[in-house]
Design a binder for this molecule. Structure first.
Ligand SMILES: Cc1cc2nc3c(=O)[nH]c(=O)nc-3n(C[C@H](O)[C@H](O)[C@H](O)COP(=O)(O)OP(=O)(O)OC[C@H]3O[C@@H](n4cnc5c(N)ncnc54)[C@H](O)[C@@H]3O)c2cc1C
Length: 495
């Protein structure tokens, strides 16, 4: 047994990648196809591996020119012939990033992300990753049986996040990448100003992997309640962690320790509405994205005092879902209820609202429903009646477009205002589930990590959640995986 703090044993490889999510695997493939020997260290054991990437729907935002432009690298589907996929241009991608981050997105990282989004997916597909159109999330079936995609986010992995990690793992094995599970990176080894390796903790003790290049892809710090409180603000320590519990900022801390600069926005994060009453982390791995509650633009959301507090229909959910978790965190008890009536209920996303053990209360009257969820019935009834009375019913309701069917009340509901009037009524308890943090290390467009003077730290790269700068306040759905692919590949191509 080695003495504590005596790094032992030592191994040598060309490239060591720390963190086995989408960015880490992509970097590993990119280095391996260049003939580099690669060791990938993953903190989780195999059954808990894959990082946040495992928990995703696999949705990946890329530019494209419509279905014809995608057809040769997505899986065939008999629905394609009756499907319209509007092109998603580089200008739209950039405008979406600027809109949701309120202009805080780094312009150079943005340019590269957009420019290489499609070519990187094609490259991953050529290695063995499988993609498809995301009918169940991003398209509505029209009355004539045709499909119209919306929202700029159209392509996803076959099998969602699980499929993504299974594909990545298989490809990594095929390319000769050595994957070491149960290896928690703790420190960087620096000699003569150059990073030359990583110290990792395993069940057997410490080990050192020496390498010419170290690629850090160990995620953000969303799994660390103290860092959440210190950097995101008071209350954030109470958020539920949607994905892996392992992204605790270990390697961000290790890089800062050797002089790396912080990058991106450390004070905001991505969060969503999340089942309020399931046990933390226990059901996440099995249910992954099914714990979100994303059909809120169809109904209303009230807090424990029975009051609405945000515009549920401000925009397509792709552009609001990442901000509204935080709004719920601020409400009493950090809990709210999404309310739907019997007319709206069949329109809710099946995978989420019919989830096993979903937290829901149902009642024939609003008074009864209020009692079940511990809200004063008079207040809930008044909230709903005032909301119903404020709807402009002359405008047709259409969930496929921003229909402008408004509830003119405070706060307003700008689209998809439908009356809550037909029993039975349903209340889904939601809280704030944190997805990932936006702050990380400062790097250039190749993922080369910079020090506080703006100089490259030789031998050190970062990608994925660890590379700060792209996102702030919010992010356009699907651009997290896209960024991990693009910058993971870039880092692995130089490492
Ligand atoms: C529920 C959920 C749904 C999402 N859906 C989508 C979606 O559909 N589309 C999208 O674009 N984005 C989505 N995201 C965001 C997306 O997951 C991230 O942007 C992306 O997966 C980040 O990839 P990554 O490789 O940087 O990090 P991760 O996938 O989190 O990988 C980091 C890895 O590092 C490991 N690690 C951490 N610390 C250490 C250490 N000290 N030593 C060794 N290993 C370590 C972790 O165990 C983990 O495996 C979702 C996130 C969640 C949680």
């Amino acid at each position: 047994m080695p003495a504590p703090n005596t790094p032992n044993p030592t191994e040598t490889t060309d490239v060591v990648v720390v963190g086995g999510g989408n960015a880490g695997f992509t970097a590993a493939h990119a280095a391996a196809v260049r003939g580099r020997s690669v060791i990938l260290l993953e903190r989780g054991e195999q059954e808990m591996a894959g990082g946040n990437s495992f928990y995703t729907a696999g949705a990946t935002r890329i530019v494209h020119d419509g279905l014809n432009d995608l057809q040769d690298f997505i899986e065939p589907d008999s629905r394609h012939e009756r499907t319209v996929v509007p092109p998603y241009t580089a200008e739209e991608y950039e405008a979406d990033l600027i809109k949701v981050t309120e202009g805080h997105n780094d312009p150079e990282l943005t340019r590269v992300l957009i420019q290489e989004s499609q070519s990187t997916l094609r490259w991953l597909n050529s290695l063995g990753l499988k993609y498809r159109l995301m009918y169940e999330r991003q398209a509505y079936e029209r009355a004539d049986g045709s499909y119209l995609f919306w929202g700029g986010l159209h392509v996803g992995n076959v099998g969602g996040g699980e499929g993504l990690i299974a594909d990545h793992t298989r490809v990594a094995h095929d390319l000769g990448v050595e994957i070491r599970y149960g290896h928690r990176g703790t420190e960087l080894v620096v000699e003569d100003g150059r990073v030359v390796g990583v110290v990792a903790q395993t069940a057997e003790g410490q080990t050192v992997i020496r390498a010419e290049s170290v690629v850090l892809t160990a995620g953000g710090f969303e799994g660390n309640p103290e860092w959440r409180r210190d950097h995101l603000g008071h209350g954030w320590e109470n958020a539920k962690v949607r994905g892996t519990p392992y992204n605790e900022g270990d390697m961000i801390a290790a890089a800062l320790q050797i002089g790396a600069a912080k990058g991106g926005d450390w004070s905001t994060c991505h969060s969503v509405q999340w089942d309020a009453f399931t046990p933390d982390n226990e059901s996440n791995r099995m249910l992954t994205n099914r714990l979100t509650r994303q059909s809120y633009p169809l109904g209303i959301i009230v807090n424990r005092e029975g009051q609405r507090f945000l515009d549920e229909g401000a925009d397509f959910r792709n552009y609001t879902y990442a901000k509204y978790g935080k709004e719920i965190l601020k409400q009493p008890g950090s809990v709210a209820y999404q309310i739907f009536d019997a007319t709206l209920r069949p329109m809710l996303r099946t995978e989420e609202y019919d989830m096993p053990d979903v937290s829901v209360e149902t009642a024939d009257t609003l008074e009864e429903l209020a009692t079940k969820i511990n809200i004063d019935p008079r207040v809930l009834v008044r909230t709903v009646e005032e909301f119903n009375a404020s709807i402009d019913r002359g405008v047709p309701f259409d969930p496929n477009v921003k229909d402008g069917r408004r509830a003119d009340i405070t706060p307003p509901k700008s689209n998809w205002a439908a009356p809550i009037e037909t029993g039975p009524f349903h209340a889904y308890g939601v809280t704030c589930g944190i997805t990932f943090t936006f702050g990380g290390l400062k790097g250039d467009t190749h993922g080369r990590v910079l020090d506080t003077e703006g100089r490259h730290i030789a031998g050190l790269y970062a990608a994925g959640e660890m590379l700060g700068g792209l996102f702030s306040i919010n992010y356009p759905g699907g651009s997290g995986l896209a960024a991990g692919c693009v910058f993971g590949r870039r880092a692995g191509s130089l490492a």
